[in-house]
Design a binder for this molecule. Structure first.
Ligand SMILES: Cc1ncc(COP(=O)(O)O)c(C=O)c1O
Length: 469
């Protein structure tokens, strides 16, 4: 692999990714004798004290969606009480399967499924797994019911990378459809792209990059007319948009109230306020869900079945997810949504008052901005040096902040806007200001250089698994 263009970047990445060199326990082989538990716990406290401040004070986009200490302590207690459970052994831990059944039912109800509607689903490990299993489901459904052996699916360019991953993993041709000037999926182009091999269409509520909900009603009607699947990716918005709608915000329909929507992913570990490691995938019918399941009847290890990608799973995370949902309740989710949406409105207003920046569309809680006159990655780098953790976007170059409960703390929004103003002023005065990841994004926007950028990302992952001694 030719990695030469990035050789200079590696030491810098190493410094950033491997801060725990001196004064920390480090092993590349097992210690001969086990370390004392106290010593290990002290080590964990050290990591926590270094890493917690940044997200706790609301400096990071997305990542930690709730984060209040009392909520974390409560979820930790639930985890401790259920730490040995594994839903694979439903006979030993029937409580875990009860939690999962109720998580699915509560999520379905929240997303427009009436009691008795037949909407059903499973709990997965996160948004990516929910998307992977949904796409596998459509592939297997289309093969069995329509004889499609060269499956295709259609998704807007803004739909999450997990759809590419699903296409790669499951041998599906993914056709990416451009978004219009309003950053929403182009319905006319989608219609043109449908072929007899199309198994499903995708829309996001909202997509990760710019937070603008796709025209799910029109897209799902297209799918219904052609008798193909339609997946709403509500990983990010599934646990926020229903409450935004109740609060009177303009939220287009995206859930099971639309007859063409046949599956939805919604992440409990984002705005559901559970700890990381759970999500929900829902299907309109039990027949569809059957195509997700895995069963084998001739394995010497016994009759085996598992509903999702993993075999054994951490039941304690499902217990914590159930606990998070029922401790929040509708009133808690409404209060949280109100605070987040009001903070987002304040940030949007502040952004609109910075003439050098352009807010992309009028999103509810994922606030993306670009700049016609300045390098937005120089602005992002300035913000990084001010301890902000924002997300870089590309095609077009932009930056976003995904607003969570962390940002609703007093003065966070004001601090963000003040730093953004300072960033713009600095970049205007210093045209050569560092642009951090900007050059890499620049290369990734050139088709011929994408392979090289892909190699860099693999090197980055290699680095993650390197022990620093
Ligand atoms: C719209 C959307 N879909 C899917 C995902 C993937 O979720 P996860 O990171 O939990 O796998 C995300 C993550 O941010 C998302 O925003």
């Amino acid at each position: 692999m030719d990695t030469s263009p990035f050789q200079d970047l590696i030491p810098e990445l190493e410094r950033a990714l491997k801060p725990y060199r001196d004064g920390f326990l480090s092993f590349s082989k097992l210690p001969l004798e086990g370390c004392a538990r106290d010593e290990i716990l002290r080590e964990m406290e050290k990591f926590k004290s270094v890493e917690e401040a940044r997200w706790r004070d609301g400096n990071v986009s997305g990542a930690v969606y709730h984060g209040d200490q009392a909520h974390i302590d409560f979820l930790n207690r639930v985890y401790a009480l259920q730490s040995q459970s594994n839903p694979l052994h439903a006979d030993v831990w029937p409580s875990t399967t009860k939690f999962e059944a109720e998580i699915v039912a509560m999520t379905a109800h929240m997303l427009g499924a009436d009691a008795g509607s037949g909407v059903c689903g499973t709990v997965t490990s996160g948004g990516t797994e929910s998307i992977l299993v949904a796409i596998k489901t459509y592939r297997d459904w289309a093969r069995e019911t329509k004889g499609i052996t060269a499956p295709e699916m259609i998704a807007p360019t803004t739909a999450h990378a997990a759809f590419d991953k699903a296409a790669q993993y499951f041998g599906i041709k993914l056709i990416r459809i451009p978004v219009g000037p309003d950053f929403r999926a182009d319905v006319a182009v989608t219609r043109e792209a449908i072929t007899p091999n199309t198994i499903a269409l995708v829309g996001s509520a909202p997509p990760f990059p710019h937070g603008i909900v796709d025209p799910i009603q029109e897209l799902s009607e297209l799918a219904r007319a052609r008798e193909i699947g339609f997946h709403t990716d509500g990983c990010l918005g599934g646990f926020l948009l229903p409450w935004a709608e109740k609060l009177g915000y303009p939220v287009p329909l995206f859930d099971f109230r639309l007859p063409g929507v046949t599956s939805i992913s919604a992440d409990t570990h984002k705005y559901g306020y559970a700890a990381k490691g759970t999500s929900v995938v829902l299907y309109r019918t039990a027949e569809l869900r059957h195509f997700q399941y895995y069963v084998t009847t001739d394995w010497p290890g016994g009759l085996y079945f598992s509903p999702t990608l993993a075999g054994s799973r951490p039941g304690a995370l499902s217990a914590g997810c159930w606990a998070a949902m029922v401790t929040m309740g509708e009133a808690g989710y409404l209060r949280a949504a109100k605070a987040i949406l009001e903070t987002a409105a304040q940030i949007k207003q502040g952004l609109r008052e910075i003439p050098e920046l352009r807010l992309i569309g009028d999103p509810l809680f994922v606030i993306a901005f670009m700049s016609e006159e300045l390098d937005v990655f120089q602005i992002m780098e300035y913000m990084t040096r001010k301890n902000w953790g924002l997300n870089g976007l590309h095609s077009p170059a932009a930056v976003h902040l995904c607003v969570t409960l962390r940002h609703t703390q007093p003065s966070v929004a004001e601090r963000f806007i003040a730093d953004l103003k300072a960033a713009v002023a600095y970049v205007k005065e210093h045209p050569d200001a560092p642009s951090g990841v900007g050059p890499v994004y620049g290369m990734a926007s050139v088709v011929e250089l994408r392979g090289m950028v892909g190699d860099l990302l693999k090197m980055y992952m290699d680095l993650l698994y390197q022990v620093s001694e």
